[in-house]
Design a protein around this ligand. Structure first.
Ligand SMILES: [Cu+2]
Length: 315
């Protein structure tokens, strides 16, 4: 583990130097003298002119192409408040008072506020996901220092949203073998999340070619605020991912944080970047972790060989 971190120090230092050179704001990178903090680091260089927002429609004002929304706190940016936002004509036509929504807050050239990528929140589903997050929170807190799930242990219970906005509980995959990893869609380092997704796709194709029908690929986002279901759907679509047995999951920040904790994935948010480690896990049909590889070196073939007994290959 230590060597693994250390081997990443040089690319990290190069990356951070490059970032400092090309961003206007000075980011304060983690000191490269602390190996744990300097784990697989990546940068999100996207302008901070876009923020994830969750709120409730208070009024629709077509004459101004706007909606009045009471939004929740936007961490690190703005407290909860009621504000007017410009929306597209299509959104204007479908939005109604009392609806809960998730959207991206952006500014135009005139510094007017807009809401984009609006997703209506199903309050029944939201309650289910929040309840599961509360249970997970309790479980993580109770386990304390023992929260990390070792090989041989069972995965925690959780419910998140998939790329179609459906609530997916881990129990849905009972009886099926899961290969799980953790990524985020804006990861700019080709050898990190993008490569991990390509390997998941390669594994999916290889398993299909071998006639394996009980495999599920699950990618949980490290960046749930940005990676909403529609962002994940777009990520899957542009890569031509077959979603039949490849699920992307997102959900409340606290739930994702607890899962990362239990699965031993480290994420450290910076001002404009996320630093994170990578882990890929193999979970059997009873929810038991049977193999894991930390870092970027996992091989689809290795996981394919380790899949537990599966139906005979189609001839
Ligand atoms: Cu990444």
């Amino acid at each position: 583990m230590k060597n693994y971190y250390r081997s990443l120090l040089t690319p990290l230092a190069l990356l951070l130097t490059a970032m400092a050179a090309c961003t206007r704001q000075e980011n304060k990178p983690a000191s490269p003298t602390t190996p744990a903090a300097a784990a697989d680091s990546v940068a999100v260089t996207a302008e901070s002119k876009s923020h994830a927002l969750t709120g409730e429609v208070i009024a629709v004002t077509p004459e101004r192409s706007a909606v009045l929304v009471h939004h929740e706190e936007i961490p690190g940016y703005m407290p909860a408040m009621t504000m007017e936002f410009i929306v597209t004509p299509a959104d204007l036509a479908r939005l109604k008072e009392g609806q809960r929504l998730r959207a991206r807050l952006t500014y135009d050239e005139k510094n007017e506020l807009h809401l984009e990528d609006i997703e209506l929140i199903d309050t029944v589903k939201e309650r289910e996901v929040k309840a599961a997050a509360a249970t997970l929170r309790q479980d993580t807190a109770m386990r304390g220092k023992g929260a990390y799930r070792e090989i041989g242990e069972t995965v925690p219970q959780f419910s998140l949203y998939n790329q179609d906005g459906e609530v997916v509980s881990i129990n849905r995959f009972r009886g099926r073998v899961i290969v799980m990893n953790f990524i985020y869609t804006r990861c700019p380092i080709a050898t990190m999340c993008p490569a991990s997704t390509l390997r998941m796709m390669a594994l999916q194709h290889a398993a299909k070619a071998k006639g394996i029908t009980d495999l599920e690929l699950v990618s949980i986002t490290l960046d749930p605020v940005y990676d909403t279901p529609s962002v994940l759907k777009n990520y899957a679509d542009v890569r031509g991912i077959d979603s039949a047995n490849f699920t992307f999951l997102t959900g409340p920040e606290n739930a994702v944080r607890d899962l990362l904790h239990q699965f031993g994935v480290i994420v450290e948010p910076g001002e404009n970047f996320l630093k994170h480690t990578l882990s890929t896990l193999l979970i059997d049909g009873q929810g038991k972790i049977i193999h894991r590889v930390d870092g970027t070196t996992w091989k689809p073939d290795d996981f394919l060989r380790r899949l537990p007994a599966h139906p005979p290959a189609a001839k």
